[in-house]
Design a protein around this ligand. Structure first.
Ligand code: ADP
Ligand code: MG
Length: 323
């Protein structure tokens, strides 16, 4: 017997995540009623994943549940915010309990790691699509935006970049994807702790979802600055370092989906930030600096190359490429 919409909500989403004291009313009421702590901004972000466009329809549902929340938490990280609540709008072609079980497990596991409560949503029939909205808090003096960077600030990036794009390219070509690359594409880990550490120190931040240079371009445009990036300082995993030796840097420079944080840091703040990162077990690598002259210049051993952050890496930016 197939489940009704209300059965689906009750069986898979009510009580899925741990309770929070700041949730006055959650799933089961017309509105979620939520308490925002005084003196803090409410940070809100929404992302939609569409089957066949952002993930393959036959993708592992647990990974889809993880990623639907992860990409949103990454936006909170880029704002320096502490995650609190999520809502989930789910459009399903049919009630597939195996899929729902895997999806909700992946969602709940990541929510649990970040103390996120699922407080509402919507469940409808139609082509498979997942929209998650996340809400978090950030102290008014620790806000990160794309807009505060100044010439002379250092450009830094967390973790390693390019892994997810190389995994995607290989998957689309039907090639084997090594596990250490696949995990970066399917189970990205949002840099929430790092984002909170950067608040009040970094002058600007963004998460790397469109591609390193494209996302740096967004910061430059919003901040009214340009940038010089030293290509060979960009942090790479061993798999990517090997790949780039073949001469193709496009997964690193143009590939999205890594969900690392890119931030700009005034040079006098860097030493203390390095110590704080070491203490917290976070990795941040300096890859360049901001300049007054607009535009991005890529510094390579073969000379300086001006970059158009919005073009030149279509291979990894195909609009309809399913992940
Ligand atoms: P309404 O008709 O008032 O919009 P619904 O019948 O759509 O309410 O939903 C009933 C309750 O279940 C609401 O509290 C809603 O927020 C919650 N809900 C619906 N779908 C989901 C979902 N996919 N995940 C979490 N909560 C959900
Ligand atoms: Mg209602």
């Amino acid at each position: 017997m197939s489940l009704s919409e209300f059965d689906v909500i009750k069986q898979f989403f009510t009580g899925l995540t741990d309770a929070r004291d700041d949730v006055v009313a959650g799933i089961g009421d017309d509105c979620a009623l939520l308490d925002v702590p005084p003196g803090r901004h409410l940070a809100v972000s929404v992302d939609t994943l569409v089957a066949g466009r952002h993930f393959l329809a036959d993708a592992d549902p647990e990974s889809v549940g993880h990623k639907a929340l992860a990409v949103n938490l990454s936006d909170l990280a880029a704002a320096g915010a502490e995650p609190a609540w999520a809502t989930l709008a789910l459009t399903l072609p049919a009630v597939d309990t195996d899929w729902l079980r895997g999806f909700s497990r992946g969602f709940a596991a990541l929510a649990g790691r970040h103390g996120v409560a699922l407080v509402g949503g919507d469940t409808t029939g139609g082509p498979l699509s997942i929209t998650v909205t996340v809400h978090g808090f950030v102290a008014v003096d620790r806000v990160l935006t794309r807009g505060g960077a100044r010439p002379g600030d250092r450009v830094c990036v967390s973790g390693t970049v390019g892994d997810a794009a190389l995994a995607l390219a290989r998957r689309l070509r039907g090639e084997a994807v090594p596990a250490e690359l696949a995990v970066r594409l399917d189970r990205p880990l949002p840099r929430v702790a790092l984002g909170r550490l950067l608040g009040g120190t970094a002058s600007a931040a963004i998460d790397v979802s469109d591609g390193l240079l494209a996302d740096l371009g967004h910061v430059c445009a919003r901040s009214g600055v340009g940038a010089r990036v030293e290509r060979d300082r960009i942090p790479l995993s061993p798999a990517l370092a090997t790949y780039c030796r073949g001469g193709d840097w496009s997964p690193v420079l143009g590939g999205g989906d890594d969900y690392e944080l890119l931030c700009c840091v005034p040079p006098e703040q860097l030493p203390a930030l390095r110590v704080a990162c070491d203490d917290a077990g976070e990795h941040l690598t300096e890859i360049g600096e901001l300049v007054e002259r607009p535009g991005i210049v890529l510094v390579t051993p073969d000379g300086d190359q001006p970059v158009d952050p919005g073009a030149g890496f279509d291979h990894f930016r195909g609009a309809a490429a399913p992940r």
